[in-house]
Design a protein around this ligand. Structure first.
Ligand SMILES: [Zn+2]
Length: 322
């Protein structure tokens, strides 16, 4: 048994009122595009890929309230899984991650073209032409356990460079994604080594703590600055000066995909623990022992034991590369 089995978060952040953004101006509910009318990149900041990850929605409301507009190109602000978000209940806060299935495991053409139906597939199909068009995407998430904030870049060098230019949060993770399905940040061009289109996924911290809202807002602002949407002066006016810290880059070698209904960790990991010796026991998956494959193995985003299900990612194993 681990302590995380009993992890009971306090819900200190409640859902913002996003009803003012329902109509948007794109024909897609809760999606707004500001077009400067001048040539330039199309930049998108997305929240609520998971309905109960509230920090991104607060960050978007802030951007709307500040009347952020692109000086060139386009800026899209989008709320993805609003159907799940609208069911948020602070007494059952984990229940509104999605309605039918995970919106962020549907992003390849085979799945999107399939005849299968679900709330999330319908929403992903609405989003698809937009996601295919944008040049830069920041997808804002949060985590079940109180782990340090991190940005997931995928495997393309250009995504790592953008994450380093954005400069926060302090952990950068290069990973391929999940066996259970492709994420929006992995969709087509974002994973194509020959494309320039670049996507980042930020995990801002625990779902319902104020610090995750702060991280979401800061990451969105630095991302928009890198994309030429806001300037340094605007960032400085809305952020603490000492926000940036040196970043640690971790390359994930092995996602541990859960195979049994009885997955549990050997200790109460919260993320970014470094396990010194290769062969150290870190988890049990039914009868199988999960051991570290190399020295100085870093544990990235351990799942909460109560959420562990076959087919899902239990933890990612990686090495510090920078
Ligand atoms: Zn998420």
């Amino acid at each position: 048994m681990t302590k995380s089995e009993g992890f009971k978060p306090t819900v200190a952040v409640l859902p913002p009122d996003i009803s003012a953004y329902r109509d948007g101006n794109t024909g897609i509910p809760y999606v707004t595009t500001f077009d400067s009318g001048k040539p330039g990149p199309h930049v998108m900041v997305n929240a609520l890929t998971h309905g109960n990850e509230l920090c991104g929605a607060h960050a978007l409301c802030f951007l709307f309230e500040q009347n952020v507009r692109p000086p060139k190109g386009k800026l899209t602000l989008s709320f993805a899984n609003v159907a799940a978000f609208s069911r948020f209940d602070k007494h059952q806060p984990f229940a509104s991650r999605f309605v039918d299935e995970d919106f962020n495991r549907l992003w390849n053409d085979e799945v999107l073209d399939d005849a299968r139906q679900s709330q999330e597939l319908a929403r992903a199909r609405e989003f698809r032409p937009l996601v295919a068009r944008v040049d830069y995407l920041l997808d804002i998430h949060s985590m079940h356990l109180p782990s340090p904030a991190l940005v997931l870049t995928g495997l393309q060098e250009r995504s790592l460079r953008l994450a380093q230019a954005v400069g926060i949060p302090s952990y950068v993770v290069l990973d391929e994604g999940h066996q259970a399905g492709r994420r929006m940040r992995d969709y087509n061009a974002f994973s194509d080594p020959h494309s320039a289109k670049t996507a980042l996924l930020v995990e801002c911290g625990q779902h319902w703590v104020q610090s995750s809202v702060d991280v979401a807002r800061a990451t969105a602002l630095y991302f928009l600055r890198e994309c030429g949407i806001v300037d340094a002066e605007f960032c400085a006016a809305h952020l603490p000066v000492s926000e940036k810290q040196p970043q640690t880059v971790v390359e994930v070698s092995t996602p541990v995909t859960i195979t049994s209904t009885e997955f549990r960790f050997a200790e109460d990991y919260r993320g970014f623990e470094t396990i010194k010796e290769a062969g150290s026991l870190i988890a049990y998956d039914g009868d199988q022992e999960i051991r570290t494959p190399y020295d100085d193995c870093v544990l990235v985003m351990p799942t909460a034991t109560e959420r562990a299900k076959p087919g899902q990612t239990g933890v990612r194993l990686g090495r510090v590369i920078a």
